[in-house]
Design a binder for this molecule. Structure first.
Ligand SMILES: NC(=O)c1ccc[n+]([C@@H]2O[C@H](COP(=O)([O-])OP(=O)(O)OC[C@H]3O[C@@H](n4cnc5c(N)ncnc54)[C@H](O)[C@@H]3O)[C@@H](O)[C@H]2O)c1
Ligand SMILES: [Zn+2]
Length: 351
């Protein structure tokens, strides 16, 4: 006997990403806001002025990637039980990607799943982490290895929150924007080159265009069985750099910037990108003070490190590269190890 299950989920999984000044949010159910002391110290009042609900729990967790753990999530869940949250209750993630990933994960497992809303406050989380429904925590085995695909009910992106963001964090977000432009949209890349991205009006356009690009990708491939993997451009190398440097020397976006430069060198070697185009990408990253150099101590060890990345469990490592020019992409899992190691060799001394 065959009993068919046909889940009627499509309709309820539609939601909007609103890019604008934070509107008044009126909920007829219990709400818990998850944030950290940094974001709360700067923006708690602004959020509470706009948030209406019969009961509001304010949950703060320590600030930092090192607290993106199962323990912190269990602490959040405890608070929800104490406040007698039920399946109708709502979580709001109020902070950067760390808060967003953990809050989404907590929402996905509390009583088998309750609603959640994202209010991202860093550039990186506004253009990348809050879009697409990946949630999770880090473990001692690696980053983001426990988690779920769990879409929010809505995302509210208010660029005004970025006014308090340290410049280094802003630049790290730009790295992810550059990633999307190089992979998908040459005209957008040119816009990034020539515009004053610190100007608030220009920043809004940059955020909107990035979100649209990422949303397009996620709409085609929510669970990363195809095109979504293109968003890993720069990340295959970047993750190794983050790991080798103990997740402390570079912000994630900074490691991705170096990773893109490495990927571009590989693409240049393979005849997929001209030196001139690689130079343009490097120049744009450098203009934002992003690192583009890194000293690889042991190229062979660096290469073997790729296998620790969950995105390359198979024998063949998948490289995402520009596919001929800026604005195009290609995924290759047939690149001989020697080709890659030859690129890494060039990063063994200051050039
Ligand atoms: N889910 C996804 O698809 C996805 C995509 C990319 C990254 N991520 C995850 O996102 C995380 C990185 O996110 P992030 O770069 O936002 O880091 P983060 O959340 O650590 O925020 C960076 C710092 O900025 C502070 N901050 C946040 N908003 C601020 C504001 N408005 N003013 C001043 N300071 C502010 C934070 O407290 C923190 O100290 C990583 O854990 C990464 O794995 C997830
Ligand atoms: Zn990233």
């Amino acid at each position: 006997m065959i009993v068919p299950i046909r889940l009627l989920t499509e309709q309820e999984r539609r939601y909007d990403i609103v890019i604008d000044a934070l509107p008044e949010l009126n909920f007829q159910r219990k709400v818990a806001v998850v944030s950290n002391p940094t974001v709360a110290g700067l923006h708690k009042d602004r959020l509470l002025q706009r948030l209406k609900a019969p009961q509001i729990e304010w949950i703060e967790v320590p600030d930092g990637e090192e607290y993106k753990t199962m323990d912190t999530v269990l602490g959040i869940l405890d608070r929800l039980f104490e406040a007698q949250f039920d399946r109708r209750s709502l979580l709001i993630a109020f902070g950067g990607g760390v808060i967003g990933d953990m809050t989404g994960f907590a929402a996905s497992i509390y009583q088998r799943g309750i609603g959640f809303v994202q209010i991202p406050t860093t550039l990186l989380s506004q253009v990348d982490a809050s879009v697409g429904g990946k949630t999770g925590v880090n473990t001692r085995w690696g980053k983001n290895l426990i988690g779920s695909f769990y879409q929010p009910e809505a995302v509210y992106i208010d660029p005004a929150f970025l006014e308090t963001l340290p410049p280094r964090e802003y630049a790290a977000g730009i790295a992810e924007v550059v990633k999307m432009a190089v992979m998908f949209d040459r005209e957008f890349f040119e816009f990034l080159e020539k515009s004053d991205l610190k100007n608030p009006a220009v920043a809004v356009e940059m955020i909107a265009r990035s979100v649209r690009l990422k949303a397009d990708v996620v709409n085609q491939d929510e669970k990363e069985s195809g095109v979504r993997a293109v968003l890993n451009y720069g990340h295959t190398f970047g993750h190794v750099i983050e790991n080798e440097t103990g997740y402390s020397r570079y912000l994630h976006g900074e490691a991705v910037a170096i990773g893109m430069v490495m990927a571009n060198e590989l693409a240049t070697d393979l005849g997929l990108l001209s030196c001139r185009e690689a130079e343009r990408i490097r120049d744009l990253l450098q203009k934002w003070g992003l690192p583009v150099e890194y000293t690889v101590r042991d190229p062979q060890a660096f290469y073997e490190h790729f296998y620790l990345d969950k995105k390359s469990m198979n024998d063949r490592i998948k490289f995402v590269l520009p596919g001929g020019s800026i604005g195009t992409h290609i995924m290759r899992s047939d690149i001989p190890a020697e080709e890659v190691v030859a690129v890494l060799e060039r990063f063994t001394e200051k050039r």
